[in-house]
Design a protein around this ligand. Sequence first.
Ligand SMILES: Nc1ncnc2c1ncn2[C@@H]1O[C@H](COP(=O)(O)OP(=O)(O)OP(=O)(O)O)[C@@H](O)[C@H]1O
Length: 230
Amino acid sequence: MIQLIDIEKVYRTKTIETVALHRVNLHVERGEFVSIMGPSGCGKSTLLNIMGLLDEPTSGHVAIDGQPVKTHSDSKLAKLRNEKIGFVFQSYHLIYDLSVVDNVELPLLYRNVSGSDRRKRALEALEKVGLSARTKHFPNQLSGGQRQRVAIARALAGNPEIILADEPTGNLDSVMGEEIMDILLRLNQEEGTTIVMVTHDENMALKTNRLIRFFDGQQVADSRVLEAQI
Ligand SMILES: Nc1ncnc2c1ncn2[C@@H]1O[C@H](COP(=O)(O)OP(=O)(O)OP(=O)(O)O)[C@@H](O)[C@H]1O
């Protein structure tokens, strides 16, 4: 589904060159729930941004459904991102002046979905995350776990094939973190959504079906490769 081939990412400033990713080869298959772990600064967010077509590698290439995206125009990349990928971030990235349902509708505005259809899909997405009773609230009237559920509903409203989640439980206590994890597991198991999740929490990572560890910009372990060797 998403293939990273020989990815290298180097950040250059006037004085420093940082190799954030080095020779990364990774194929995320449809239906997988992959967790990515590794110490701070090892390149996890950089990896997720490249997978999500938010950033370009310095060399190597990304393919979605077997199609290399290297030669795509910015507008074609944006369309692909909007149609296939949902993003969930540690700090929710909600718009605090908009109600819950308006936040969830937002990505559909860019897809020319009619107003009534937008509302219907947003309400369906909010139902999936158990927030039907909070649609008219504003984000600052919600708990952290509820805000993250709004962010997941926003990702779901676009009906994405893949969700990329960067430490989705990082700001939450363990009970709320478990709730978010249960929602993601349900989406993966019942709806077949492919999920790639960066996490610092080993317990969360162990619930997913593939765990990849990074260190200094390189993959150092992949549970799927280990299983294949046993
Ligand atoms: N825009 C940038 N400019 C320069 N260096 C950067 C930039 N973004 C990231 N880096 C560097 O690239 C490396 C990887 O960063 P990245 O944010 O991907 O790590 P991470 O594993 O997600 O870290 P954390 O767990 O702390 O979020 C780090 O050394 C970081 O300082």
